[in-house]
Design a binder for this molecule. Structure first.
Ligand SMILES: [Zn+2]
Length: 313
């Protein structure tokens, strides 16, 4: 049954298995391992491997990073069947946002970070045992006050009436949103593009596992909204979270971390073949067998130490 639904999902559109890096710097070995795993899924499922460069966080995007990421993948034989550039979908992000404003699916919020922190600390324990990320203040207020120069917009999570799960999906210059000042948040652009892409599977690292529910909330709204839905299907992409490759103490690999980029590894004597072997021996191939559409799953080890990945004792 699961396999039949997977075939159904695949037949719905161009979709595939997507890997979506942000071109904010050189890849480290963890990014490359996630890329490799996503391509393994694509091969196993017989689907196109789609790489979408998420370049909408303009202050963080680094000139030349997309090219270096593509080069590093190519050096490991990881050549996408299709490449997408997220900024090309900007008009779509705006159009869907306009519809969300009209329908009340999003609402303006001008609470400062401090307001939100204090309100959360002052509130009683959350219903459903979920950690609140917001007070719900502006959802109840329905945006009646006059706003400042820049306004955040929260998605009113339908499943949580308290508003305490409502998260920011965009900023605009004022409460009368204009496309010229519209800046979508990562969640908004990513969820819309993943939905529109009709992908069978999204592959990303474990640090994004906690936002899977937020993205799915947006997709559920998309699926049920006339005018913005791209398909009548209510099949959601599955999501696979890969282990986060870390330093010896579990710390994140960062730009200043030495020895973890492909050129550095090559300089230290690593070949593409040897690295691929390490990726293969660190990955449980049973994940590649048919899985349920929409399933959210991942590697059990949330962290994988760099030393262990490359076989240093
Ligand atoms: Zn607010």
């Amino acid at each position: 049954v699961e396999k039949a639904r997977l075939v159904e999902l695949i037949s719905l559109g161009p979709g595939g298995v997507r890997f979506a890096p942000s071109p904010t710097g050189r890849f480290h070995i963890g990014n490359l391992r996630t890329a490799w795993i996503s391509r393994e899924f694509a091969r196993a499922l017989g689907l196109p491997w789609v790489v979408r460069f998420e370049d909408i966080d303009v202050p963080r995007v680094l000139a030349g990073a997309r090219e270096s990421q593509a080069e590093d993948m190519a050096a490991l034989g990881l050549v996408p069947d299709r490449v997408e550039i997220q900024s090309a979908f900007r008009a779509r992000h705006w159009n869907v946002f306009s519809q969300a404003v009209r329908s009340g699916a999003v609402y303006p919020c001008d609470c400062s970070r401090k307001d939100v922190r204090e309100a959360i600390q002052g509130s009683a324990s959350a219903p459903h045992g979920v950690q609140p990320i917001y007070s719900g203040h502006c959802r109840a207020r329905k945006g009646t006050s006059s706003g400042p120069d820049s306004v955040g917009w929260r998605f009113a999570v339908p499943e949580d009436k308290s508003g305490q799960s409502d998260f920011v999906v965009a900023r605009t210059g004022s409460r009368l949103p204009a496309e010229s000042t519209f800046v979508p948040a990562y969640h908004w652009a990513c969820a819309i593009d993943d939905w529109d892409g009709k992908h069978a599977l999204l592959v990303r690292a474990h640090d994004l596992a906690e936002v899977a529910g937020q993205h799915r909330s947006i997709m559920r709204w998309l699926a049920g909204s006339k005018g913005v839905a791209t398909s009548s299907s209510s099949i959601f992409p599955a999501v696979f979270h890969t282990s986060l490759v870390t330093g010896d103490s579990g710390e994140r690999l960062e730009k200043r971390t030495r020895g973890v980029t492909l050129p550095e590894l090559v300089a230290a004597g690593w070949t593409a073949e040897a690295l691929e072997k390490r990726f293969a021996s660190s990955f449980d191939r049973s994940f590649l067998s048919p899985f349920a559409p929409g399933k959210i799953f991942g590697e059990a080890g949330i962290m994988l130490k760099f030393r262990e990945l490359i076989g240093l004792k």
